[in-house]
Each structure stands twice: as C-alpha cells, then as structure tokens.
Design a protein around this ligand. Structure first.
Ligand SMILES: Cc1cc2nc3c(=O)[nH]c(=O)nc-3n(C[C@H](O)[C@H](O)[C@H](O)COP(=O)(O)O)c2cc1C
Length: 422
C-alpha cells in the first residue's frame, strides 16, 4: 500500500457486488483503489460476473474469499450472507447490470447478490454499465428512478464508445470516480436510507391504533384556484410508514400530495381542512393522534361557483375566514381523547416559545417543532431538524432524514404509551 495515498476510507467496510458485464474487469482496479485508501473489501461475484473475471483474481485483490452462491455452506460457515451486507458500511455494485438493477428495484431475492441487497438497510451505490439501448430503455430508467427513491446512490454511467461498438451513455464510471462517490456516500448524513430505528421499533406499537394527518390542504377560491402551502407530506407519510412498521393499525389522512401512499396503512385522501377534520373525527377513537399536516389557517369565505373573471373594476377582494383547528379539537376532547396527542409546529422564528404556547393552548401531550425558514429547505426537502417539546422540557435532535425523524418519534411515542413490544 502506498503511503502517499490519503487513507480516506480507513477501516471502512465495503461489500462489492460484481455483475456480469464487460466492465467487470474495471472492478478489479476498483478493489485496488478502495484498498489502497484503507477500506476492507468483501466481494460477491454473480454467476454472469464470473464469465468476465475469475473469482481467483477478485479474491487475490480483496485478500478475502469471494462469495458466489446463496446456498454455499462453506461461505455461510465463515460468515452468514445476511451479515455480509449488514456488516458493511456501504454496498457498491460495479458493474451494476440492467439485470441486477431490475431485481433490486423490484425486491427480487433469487440469488446471492439480490438477497444481500434486499436483506439490509445498508445503503448501496451503483455504477451502472450496459449497452446504451439497455440504459435508455424505459424499463431501466423506471428501475433507476425507483431505486433512487428508495435511497440507492448512483455514479455514472459515462458517455463514450461501448464494447459493442455503439456510442452513447452506458459506460461504467472510472474506478477513481467510483471511489470519490464512495467517499461522498460515506460522508453524507443520508448514508443509511432506512433509519436504524425502524428495526428497533418493529412491533413496538403492536395492538395500538394511530391516526396521522399529513400534507397541505387546498382551500378553493373558485373551481380552478385554491389557497395552498409548500408542505410535501414527506414527514407525515414517513411517520405513518414508521408506525405501520412498528405494528400499529394506522390511518393516514392526507391532503393533496405527489408522493406515494405508505405501505400497509389505511389511506384517506382529502382536500380541505373541513374535509380533513371530518375524516379525523370519523377515524376516532385512537390511541395516538399525530397532526403533521400543514392545515390552512384560513379559507375563502365564499368560494365562487364559477371561474372568477378579470373585470374592469379591478381584482376581487378575497375574504378569508378561519378554518377549524383540528389539533385543538382532538386535544381538547372530553370523551374518547387519544392517550397521546402530538402536534407539529412549523415556525420561522421563536420556534420553542411558539411550541410551548401551542402545547398548552391546543391540549397536546407533545409538540414536534421545526424551523421551516427557507434556508433550511425543510418544506419539500428530505431532511428535518426537530425539537420535541413537552411539559417537562425540550429534546433537540440533530438534522437527519425525515424517515429517521419518523422512526425516532415512533420509538419515543411507543415508550410513552407502553406498547406491547419493546
Ligand atoms: C458479452 C456480454 C456482455 C454483456 N455486457 C453487459 C453489460 O455491460 N451490462 C449488462 O447489464 N448486461 C450485460 N450482459 C448481459 C448480462 O450478462 C446478463 O443480463 C446477466 O444475466 C446478468 O447477470 P447478473 O446481473 O446476475 O450479473 C452481457 C452479456 C454478454 C454475453
């Protein structure tokens, strides 16, 4: 190992999956580059990958045995294949074939490589390499979009001359570019796509009912115009997903959003604050109520029946009236009040004082306060910095992915309510 090379990956554990493409030969150089920066590299070679590089060369460069078979007793005796990916800091797929990406995007686990990708919450970085028609095919592009949404990182492909003689995008990124992407993926706070807390909270809310609101509301001005806000629903939906993973019976009441419904929750789609309140009332009773929606404070007093027209007398005056306060309505219930009522306070200044005020005014047990000033890019973004405010005090969490905020919040609520899990 050369001492002039910075040990930027010292003690980092990389699991390298080598797929069956012409670019597999570059994986050998990649192993060398990763190791000379201090990383340890375990390799998995797909059967197709083994047509392009030998397990022997890969093993010699890694200094570790190479795994090839899901059902190999020898390999398992040394290290269970599940542990292989869970123990890694990062999984690197290079070359990532169209086939491997399709399997990963759809959750297949019919061989060692795809099983490893499915059986872990360790983040993966893929370096796709394929013929440009394969790369540009809508099926591959659909798989890439889905994998990105699931948290997979990508490097390349580059444009250039392909082994098949065609020219275009599809060449695998060069080993040093992959190394740079590995370094970046390991530094990023988003290195783990599934929050660690998800597994910890598994079953923690079994037998409990949770009702959550999420997203903005749209308040009509006329049939084509409405008052809205920038809420994306990402945080509320992530909480609903985490609650479902924790075993709760979840109803998610969402305003208009463009993100997918979480899996395993009972969905109610609404538009206005009045509809949201009605849906929340209909979903009672519940053990936990979490009001994460950004409900419009006001609505047009008298939405026009037909589209408003420009007229010579000037713009119409928009008269607003106050919307029902859903959080206060549930927090202040005399009968069938949920055991835990959790509100959200999105503020741009004096966050904690506003949160304390909201806590008492709305009869909540807990307020999740966050700073939604534009520079924090919380509204619509993937990260959130929250403070949990209750009668006892404030617990401030570092900036993290919304999924992780969700998992931690569910763990905290399970602890308060004493779910059947632990
Ligand atoms: C000569 C040759 C080159 C290939 N190159 C690629 C490639 O660069 N990218 C790719 O996605 N598939 C390529 N394939 C097809 C894959 O090897 C095939 O889809 C295989 O099933 C992939 O298996 P794996 O994803 O488990 O490694 C190639 C096939 C052959 C015969």
């Amino acid at each position: 190992m050369s001492h002039s090379i910075p040990q930027s990956l010292a003690s980092r554990r990389i699991l390298l999956i080598v797929g069956g493409g012409v670019a597999a030969y570059k994986a050998l150089d990649l192993v060398r580059r990763l190791k000379e920066r201090g990383a340890s590299v375990h390799a998995v070679l797909t059967p197709a990958g083994a047509k392009f590089v030998t397990p022997l060369s890969l093993a010699a460069l890694c200094g570790e045995p190479v795994r090839q078979d899901l059902f190999s007793l020898d390999d398992d005796a040394r290290m269970g294949h599940i542990e292989l990916s869970r123990d890694a800091d990062l999984i690197v797929i290079a070359p990532a074939t169209a086939d491997l990406l399709a399997k990963a995007a759809n959750g297949f686990a019919g061989d060692l490589a795809s099983t490893l990708l499915l059986a872990t919450d360790t983040r993966a970085l893929a370096a796709p390499a394929m013929n440009l028609r394969m790369w540009l095919h809508p099926a591959t592009q659909r798989n890439i979009a889905r994998l990105k949404a699931d948290g997979m990182a990508f490097v390349g492909p580059n444009e250039g001359e392909m082994a098949c003689g065609e020219y275009g995008p599809g060449r695998m990124a060069e080993p040093l570019d992959i190394v740079a992407a590995v370094e970046k993926a390991l530094q990023s706070p988003t290195a783990i796509p599934l929050p660690a807390g998800v597994l910890a909270t598994s079953g923690a809310l079994a037998g409990k009912r949770v009702v959550i609101t999420s997203g903005p509301t749209h308040e009509p001005i006329d049939p084509v115009r409405y008052i809205a806000n920038r809420s994306s629903g990402k945080q509320g939906h992530a909480i609903a997903q985490a609650a479902a993973w924790a075993g709760a019976d979840v109803t998610l009441i969402s305003g208009p959003v463009s993100i997918p419904d979480p899996v395993g929750v009972d969905m109610r789609h609404v538009e206005t604050a009045a509809e949201m309140l009605a849906a929340v009332e209909a979903a009672m009773p519940t053990d936990i109520f979490i009001a994460a929606a950004a409900v419009a404070d006001w609505r047009a007093a008298a939405p026009a029946a037909g589209k408003l027209k420009k007229v010579a007398s000037g713009p119409p005056a928009l008269m607003l009236v106050e919307n029902p306060d859903i959080l206060a309505a549930i927090g202040g219930r005399k009968q069938q009040r949920p055991a835990l009522v959790v509100g959200f306070a999105a503020e741009t200044d004096d966050i904690l004082n506003h949160a304390r005020e909201k806590l008492s005014k709305k009869g909540c047990d807990l307020i999740v306060a966050n700073d939604v000033s534009p520079e924090n890019a919380v509204l619509g973004g993937d990260l959130n910095t929250v403070h949990l405010v209750d009668a006892k005090g404030v617990d401030s969490w570092p900036r993290m992915r919304k999924e992780e905020v969700a998992a931690r919040l569910i763990a905290a609520l399970a602890e308060r309510i004493g779910g059947s899990g632990s």
